[in-house]
Design a protein around this ligand. Sequence first.
Ligand code: NAP
Length: 258
Amino acid sequence: MFDLRSTNVLVTGGSKGIGRGIAAVFATAGANVAIAARSAADVDAAVADLDALGTGTVLGVKADVADPVHCASLAATVDEAFGGIDVVCANAGIFPEAPLATMTPAQLSEVLDVNVKGTVFIVQACLDSLIASGRGRVILTSSITGPITGYPGWSHYGASKAAQLGFMRTAAIELAPHAITVNAILPGNIFTEGLAGMGEEYIAGMTRAIPAGVLGKPDDIGHLAAFLATVEAGYITGQAIAVDGGQVLPESPDAVRP
Ligand code: NAP
């Protein structure tokens, strides 16, 4: 059961944070793992670390998911290197703060281009490979922000993360005849490089709001991604699953450790 050896996985945004955690779990399980991000230096550093974890091949590719040409080239590179792609983790995402009153069209476009179009572009680019796999898996990194919760300053981000779920539901129907599943993970507050940039006050406030009392780790997301990638999870599709230490559950702050 749960054998991921000989499984070929692509993780976008795999050089840091949640994507790197997802890549690490797959690499440890013996999968062949390709990671992609815009910074070649970060990709190279992550590949060196991931290489030590498992028995599979680790590959790094510099790519911007907001560019469909990059996505096509990325998918072709990974398919050729591994002899196919079984799993695509569309994880690359950005979350710059922009209050609604002052948000510019450029700020809105940047978030939608990476988080929404980037998701669609990479899935499209990998589609032939996923169909050829016969057991393709698409795993989206969405968020609790947008699909379930809101936070001032991130309305554009919340819209982008909810949009991923709209995409997921129709993609799941379209791809089901090819035995491809499409699911989304909704992380709560996971301690990553990106989240660290939000500052100590934000992190302390978030930690207080989480019934589990701690922020999540990138591996917490990786373990669900690995399960969704297994043959055994093949009957699960079109689902959005929160991994958040219970963060969305309290009716008020008083409900957390009263
Ligand atoms: P992070 O630490 O900032 O890492 C983001 C990763 O994505 C990096 O590898 C980054 O590398 C890559 N990336 C960003 N834009 C890209 C682009 N246009 N093309 C290719 N790669 C790109 O962020 P994170 O916290 O791990 O977040 C990862 C995902 O989880 C995002 O989709 C985010 O919305 C979601 N999420 C995070 C949290 C959290 O608490 N951390 C919660 C909910 C959801 P480059 O900058 O070099 O490209």
